[in-house]
Design a protein around this ligand. Structure first.
Ligand code: SIN
Length: 513
């Protein structure tokens, strides 16, 4: 049997690999090198799951849909929240979360959730604990081979995936045949200068899928986290988790006065709105600070031990100091359009996790739904591939143009300026001029991905979720739908279907490449 190639070592890639191996499929897990350079590893918040008897998957789904600002697919969201219990079971049994260790439910509160339902690891290093547990399972499974290599092209022969090219140790790209390739490469929020993501979060999967002819959507929706530590210019910026605000941390001005009391849910206002308020505060009223000084310092140091250590490295005290915060690019809602089992519009090409648009986040993701997405849909992708008949992959196509990796620093700064929390037509046009000048012809890469995002942001003349236009500040019901991209095709608008998800609507209106 030819191994299934899984690209990416975050939660979605590892969960997919484990599921495939458990169903008897050999897997080749490819990753770019450093295990710690993934958003999964860096994640703090946790995993949202309605596990308490007085909570319900339906309530979790309702919160997810509300925050998504009209663009999430109710069917996909129901899958996410209904399957949260099963998809988190192995990690809970492994004692990853506070809940399992103490033998009682101890979920945290985060913005947009109508009740506490976020599973967190002791000390708050949830991502690291999840990544370690999955990595151990990957290492323990003889059917999974792990290899460090950069995928530079997905080979498509007669409309079907035949394998991948990777940059080997020599000059020539190496061909790896595969009937199924799963992209689990994360998003592209690492391209902004002010970001909570590692630089490896550079949109590789989106560029590979676009080159292969798959459909991408929703690229204009970028989630900015409201509370990244604004001390120095570190990249990534240190994230001050929403879990802190869930525990009672407050946002104050330089005089210690409440800074967001005018927002409907104060500090727990959903991320899109709070990020705009924090950004606006800097411009109109000056710096804004997160403070926990009114809370019991021992509780803070115990519950957020990991973050307290990280903050101490900046010479500040998490429990007692006012910490200046600013918005930072954190998550990209857009990506490769898939069905509820991760199929893209190219047979044999699958996508899962942040690089995919399965329909669970819409225009603004609910806090702590991203690790959950990887766990739920990684499992589903694995089950779906395991059901597919084994087909021998075709002979390799010519290597063709390979993924571009260049990402100039001046463009990272230009994203902060023009594709940030607030956008305008003039700024987006300026950004597009610069991106088009920098984009290598026929060689997709990070510049292509943000060029597509900027084109969508310019086209969407309304404000919604993670896309806010100063020149079109209202949400316009006529824009309730998705801007889609496909290579060699002009950008098009796909209205949100009354029934079924975006994938079905795209397949109905476009023939498979
Ligand atoms: C956080 O800890 O605030 C981030 C959690 C998330 O991105 O959902």
């Amino acid at each position: 049997m030819t191994p299934v190639v899984v690209v990416g070592h975050g939660v979605a890639g590892m969960q997919t690999a484990i599921g495939l191996a458990e169903s008897g499929r050999p897997v080749l897990l490819l990753h770019k090198g450093d295990w710690a350079a993934s958003n999964t590893y860096l994640a703090q918040g946790g995993v949202a799951a309605a596990l308490d008897p007085d909570d319900s998957a339906a309530d979790h789904a309702r919160d997810t849909l509300t925050v998504a600002r009209g663009l999430a697919d109710p069917e996909a969201v129901a899958v996410l929240t209904d399957e949260a219990e099963a998809a988190t079971r192995a990690l809970r049994a492994a004692g990853v979360f506070v809940e399992a260790r103490a033998g009682r439910s101890h979920p945290g509160q985060e913005a947009g959730h109508s009740r506490p339902r976020v599973l967190r690891a002791p000390g708050g290093a949830t991502g690291r604990a999840v990544a370690r547990a999955l990595r151990q399972a990957v290492a323990a499974h003889p059917a999974i081979t792990v290899r460090s290599a950069r995928v530079t092209r997905v080979g498509v022969v007669r409309g079907r995936v035949a394998g991948v090219f990777v940059s080997g140790d020599g000059q020539r790209p190496e061909w790896i045949p595969a009937a199924h390739v799963v992209l689990a490469t994360g998003g592209f929020a690492g391209l902004w200068r002010t970001t909570t993501n590692p630089p490896t979060t550079a949109g590789d999967g989106l560029a590979l899928a676009y080159d292969a002819g798959a459909v991408l959507a929703d690229l204009e929706f970028v989630q900015f986290h409201p509370t990244a530590l604004a001390v120095g210019e570190t990249r990534p910026a240190l994230l001050l988790s929403e879990a802190l605000r869930g525990r009672g941390a407050r946002l104050v001005d330089a005089e210690g006065r409440p800074a967001v009391a005018d927002l409907p849910a104060g500090e727990l206002t959903p991320r899109d709105e709070l990020a705009r308020a924090v950004g606006r505060h800097w411009i109109t009223r000056g710096p804004i600070f997160l403070t926990l000084a009114h809370l019991d310092p021992r509780t803070v140091e115990e519950e957020f031990a990991d973050l307290a250590r990280a903050v101490a490295a900046y010479g500040r005290n998490l429990a007692t100091d006012p910490l200046p915060v600013r918005p930072a690019a954190h998550f990209t809602m857009g990506g490769i359009v898939t069905d509820l089992e991760g199929r893209t519009t190219i047979p044999g090409l699958w996508a899962v996790g942040e690089c995919a648009v399965v329909g669970v986040h819409g225009a603004n993701r609910l806090a702590s739904n991203s690790l959950l997405e990887g766990l739920v849909f990684g499992r589903r992708v694995a089950q779906a591939i395991a059901r597919e008949a084994e087909a021998p992959p075709a002979a390799p196509p010519p290597a063709g143009p390979l993924l571009d990796a260049a990402w100039p620093e001046d463009l990272a700064a230009a994203l902060d300026e023009h594709l940030g929390v607030v956008r305008t037509a003039a700024g987006l046009q300026d950004l597009l001029r610069r991106l088009r000048a920098a984009e290598p012809p026929d060689r997709p890469g990070p510049v292509t991905v943000v060029r597509l995002a900027a084109e969508a942001a310019l086209a969407r003349t309304e404000s919604r979720g993670g896309h806010w236009r100063a020149d079109y500040p209202d949400t316009d019901p006529r824009w309730r739908g998705h801007l889609c991209h496909q290579r060699d095709t002009p950008l098009w608008f796909c209205p949100s279907p009354e029934k079924g998800g975006l994938f079905d609507a795209v397949v109905r209106t476009r023939s498979r490449s």
